[in-house]
Ligand binder design. Structure first.
Ligand code: FES
Ligand SMILES: [Fe+2]
Length: 452
């Protein structure tokens, strides 16, 4: 157990957080145990591995994992490390295989994780090695929500549904709006950032404060240089936004709660042609059948699923962006990001989505590099002897009241441009780091829509 009390470093009543949590190697080590080995972590989407034998790889904290659909159709996940001497068993990003032979000494595993063959089994182990107890080490818990696969190293963890809590009401909007299901575009963009993972997560959980300043040059671009679906969203407009803090440290920002987003969407669709108009109306109708409150929200904007999985979903006419901020040390993140669309969206929408994904929050997009610069320089200017003694300021809207009047909408609603979501993200983080029970923290009005 870490003998640093997080509640001394994270003083949310005062809106202060010590810079130590963003660089101290001892704290980082504890995060791997207390956060990444206890929380549900995003592993991939079922559409990436549709067939028996399909696999993909990822990380849970710093542990490499292999996500593999067995010949029986079931998805399983394992530590991607040979039980003999630890070699990475699967060394490619994705593909299809009925077994893997470890490249080091040749122990061979089937896609239920079982140890199948061992060189020198008879003359070296004298036939005595108990193969049943030397299969690949499984991820303790695996579950998916609407096709999004999550894993958890903690066998005693709460269910994924409970962990997601009232975030599910919002995920249902993204999932149910999609016609034919969400389909992840094959492959990822990957890049490294010399920054602390929490800086990236908190940027998505609620930092709309930085948008007009950090991305000012993007907002100033002639929007027609981008594509039709960006025209209104990137342009300044008069819509009323809110931030919403959710259970367990999750949070999203830039919500519209009063139905205007569908009007924006209809205007864009009209420019893209009758097929797109029809598509948008069908998306909207699907949400109305879920609930009028969810139809009024229509899209998630952007946010973070605690601890390090961020999503943006601004519109049915733009790509869904999925972002993992995988820690590689206190001062380094490996970013993996995927774009996704509706499987049955018109081709015109898919084309725009792919272009938008590459031009937006991407490695060489117009937003991604601005953020990367912030993440790196925040971390580097925090690493020095003096920098480590100071606090960061999270006092924006501290003491402000929750917005009332949206009784059908779950979560703690703040007026737009707030740091309430970030404070709640760090409350959850502090609770886990201090060895709390990982207590499920429920905020106002939890109303859940079950997802099949
Ligand atoms: S490390 Fe895998 S067979 Fe030796
Ligand atoms: Fe940004």
């Amino acid at each position: 157990m870490l003998d640093i009390r997080m509640d001394e470093l994270i003083r949310l009543d005062e809106g202060l957080i010590s810079r130590r949590i963003f660089f101290d190697p001892e704290i980082y080590r504890a995060e791997l145990d207390h956060v990444f080995a206890r929380c549900w972590l995003y592993l991939g989407h079922e559409s990436e591995i549709p067939n028996p034998g399909d696999y993909t790889t990822n990380y849970m904290g710093e542990d490499p994992v292999l996500i593999w659909r067995g010949m029986d159709g079931e998805i399983r996940a394992f530590l991607n490390s040979c039980r003999h001497r630890g070699m990475r068993v699967c060394r490619t990003d994705s593909g299809n295989a009925h077994q893997f032979a470890c490249p080091f000494h040749g122990w061979t595993y089937g896609n239920s994780g079982e140890l199948k063959t061992v060189p020198n089994f008879d003359d070296g182990y004298f036939g005595d090695l108990d193969k049943d107890s030397w299969g690949l080490h499984p991820v303790s818990r695996l579950a998916s929500y609407g096709g999004f696969i999550f894993g958890n190293w903690d066998a005693g963890a709460e269910s994924l549904d409970d962990y997601l809590g009232n975030l599910r009401w919002y995920l249902d909007i993204m999932i149910e709006r999609s016609i034919g299901g969400i389909e992840v575009i094959p492959g990822q963009q990957r890049y490294s950032v010399d920054g602390n993972w929490k800086i990236a997560s908190e940027n998505f959980v609620g930092d709309s404060y930085h948008l007009t300043h950090s991305h000012g040059s993007c907002y100033g671009l002639p929007v027609r240089m981008l594509n039709p679906a960006n025209a209104i969203t990137y342009g300044r407009n008069k819509l009323t936004y809110y931030d919403i803090a959710l259970d367990n440290g999750h949070g999203f920002t830039q919500f519209i709660l009063t139905g205007e987003r569908i009007e924006v969407e209809r205007a864009l669709a009209k420019e893209m042609g009758p097929e797109v108009v029809e598509y948008v109306e069908e998306c909207y109708a699907r949400l109305v059948s879920l609930s009028q409150a969810q139809a009024d929200v229509y899209a998630l904007p952007f946010g973070n699923v605690f601890p390090n999985f961020s999503i943006n979903d601004f519109s049915a006419l733009r790509p869904i962006g999925l972002y993992l901020w995988t820690p590689k040390g206190p001062g380094r993140i490996e970013v993996w990001q995927w774009g996704a669309t509706d499987r049955d969206a018109p081709q015109a929408v898919k084309d725009v989505a792919r272009i938008d994904f590459a031009r937006g929050q991407a490695t060489a997009g117009i937003f991604g590099p601005d953020d990367t610069e912030n993440f790196e320089q925040v971390t580097q200017s925090t690493a020095g002897a003096v920098g480590q003694r100071l606090d960061f300021n999270y006092q924006l809207t501290l003491g402000g009241k929750a917005v009332e009047g949206f009784e059908d909408v779950p979560g703690h609603i703040s007026n737009y441009i707030s740091e309430e979501n970030q404070r709640r993200f760090y409350r959850r983080y502090a609770n886990l780091m201090d060895g709390g029970e990982g207590a499920h923290q429920t905020y106002e009005k939890p109303r859940l829509a079950a997802h099949g």
